[in-house]
Design a protein around this ligand. Structure first.
Ligand SMILES: C[S@@+](CC[C@H](N)C(=O)[O-])C[C@H]1O[C@@H](n2cnc3c(N)ncnc32)[C@H](O)[C@@H]1O
Length: 177
């Protein structure tokens, strides 16, 4: 009994903190830089606009959006090493004013001020993010999905990249809310 009195609160605390961390919705598999540029161009990203990358990996989409497109870019990533790697590069390039990475679960953020959202996640993860985007995105916000489209949404444009230079093909989907 005495053991249980101590063990249960401990187990509950571990469970709560595991839930807070969120669920791994996709492995780290970076988008080639050439494709990143195509995604941001397809999304019509303009200077000063707000862009979020859901599951930002090493921050390459955020960094290109802030550096070349002069956008306000935010990444959400729950892997601490990737967050550190991204932030180190953001600092090295002096992009702190226009870019940042949130260390957290992409399903627990607020995207209501997004002009553009980029997503490269597994189909099951895209399905999980969809209700959040439907609830939060403002009218006219754009979403660019890489390889896996958003089920139930009709893209306004699709782009096929036959070869990214490394022999990989890609499909990009543009949606407008
Ligand atoms: C396929 S990679 C894409 C990385 C980057 N967006 C790109 O295109 O290069 C997916 C990323 O999502 C991150 N991720 C998976 N589940 C997540 C979650 N629940 N919250 C935040 N990030 C998550 C992974 O750690 C990984 O870095």
């Amino acid at each position: 009994m005495r053991v249980l009195r101590f063990a249960l609160p401990l187990l509950a605390a571990v469970f709560v903190s595991a839930q807070d961390k969120g669920e791994k919705l996709a492995p780290y598999y970076p988008t080639p830089e050439t494709v990143v540029e195509r995604m941001l161009k397809l999304g019509g990203l303009k200077a000063g606009e707000k862009v979020y990358d859901l599951g930002s990996g090493d921050g390459r989409i955020v960094i290109m959006a802030a550096d070349r497109f002069k956008a306000n870019a935010v990444g959400v990533e729950f892997d601490a090493d990737l967050v550190k790697q991204s932030m180190d590069r953001i600092r090295a390039l002096g992009l702190e004013k226009r870019s940042r990475i949130i260390h957290g679960d992409l399903l627990k953020q607020n995207y209501s001020d997004a002009d553009l959202v980029t997503i490269y996640l597994l189909p099951t993860a895209v399905e999980k993010a969809r209700p959040l985007l439907e609830k939060q995105l403002k009218k006219g916000a754009r979403v660019v999905a890489h390889d896996f489209g958003i089920p139930g949404w009709t893209p306004v444009k699709e782009e096929h990249i036959e070869d990214d230079g490394e022999g990989r093909a890609h499909t990009l989907y543009l949606y407008v809310r």
